[in-house]
Design a protein around this ligand. Structure first.
Ligand SMILES: *Cc1c(COP(=O)(O)O)cnc(C)c1O
Length: 232
């Protein structure tokens, strides 16, 4: 079933790219494997997708050594500062940077490993109270401040759009995030490379691609529904 799901998602990505005149190679599919067992992740790997997303540091840390070494892992969920050390040498990118203090901690931990960690700034583009993220009108100043940290590199923006049954409802949020990204890019801030837009999940990734997503985070659409009552 996973293989068929994956094929459907890849076809949908391609179709959304065709509709919007984009090259499918500009869009990275991140298979969101949270709560799912290693056996299922291996199936996705074997089907040709080697890029995974996890939202819990401990889970990411435990899964990484169990999958082939050429898998890459994105930290997509809210990150507490005391957990950064678990993932700093395992994640290829952190999508959920939402505070100065977290930026400092990532910078410190990355320095210990002699690496530069690519990060995306999470923006609460719909202004939902329940969501983490920087307010859109504070994003530029936030990025200017963290751009001086030598061991992180800002590579774009991420958002988690509102939950909705109608993906069209989120189009305006994706459009706003794209515009914000372009506006900040035009400022040419040193050490900032505004090229990535991580937006779109199972319910709305096609709309997100039409609006410029370079990374879509798809879990349910590949792995099926998650069962939070069973421990992965
Ligand atoms: C779980 C999760 C996803 C994937 O959600 P689906 O609706 O299952 O595709 C994407 N992004 C983040 C940050 C998540 O936590």
């Amino acid at each position: 079933m996973i293989k068929e799901n994956l094929e459907t998602v890849l076809q949908n990505i391609k179709a959304a790219c065709v509709r919007s005149g984009r090259n499918p190679e500009e869009v990275t599919l991140i298979a969101v494997s949270k709560t799912k067992p290693v056996s299922m992740i291996q199936e996705v790997y074997d089907a040709g997708i080697h890029v995974f997303g996890e939202n819990k540091p401990q889970e990411l840390k435990e899964k990484v050594p169990q999958l082939p070494a050429d898998s890459s892992w994105h930290m997509i969920g809210h990150l507490q500062r005391n957990k950064v050390k678990y993932i700093i040498d395992k994640a290829c990118m952190i999508h959920s940077l939402d505070s100065f203090r977290l930026a400092d901690t990532i910078d410190e931990e990355a320095a210990k490993h002699g690496i530069i960690m690519p990060v995306l700034v999470e923006v609460n583009v719909a202004g939902e109270e329940s969501k983490f993220g920087i307010a859109p009108d504070e994003a530029e100043e936030f990025i200017r401040k963290i751009s001086h940290l030598p061991h992180i590199r800002v590579e774009g923006l991420m958002t988690i759009a509102p939950f909705t049954d109608n993906p069209e409802d989120n189009r305006e949020y994706f459009r706003r995030l794209k515009k914000l990204c372009v506006d900040i890019k035009e400022k040419n801030i040193d050490n900032v490379n505004m090229c990535n837009l991580s937006m779109g999940m199972t319910g709305d990734y096609e709309v997100a691609i039409e609006e410029g997503a370079t990374m879509v985070r798809v879990g349910t659409g590949i792995f099926g529904a998650r069962d939070y009552t069973v421990k992965a």
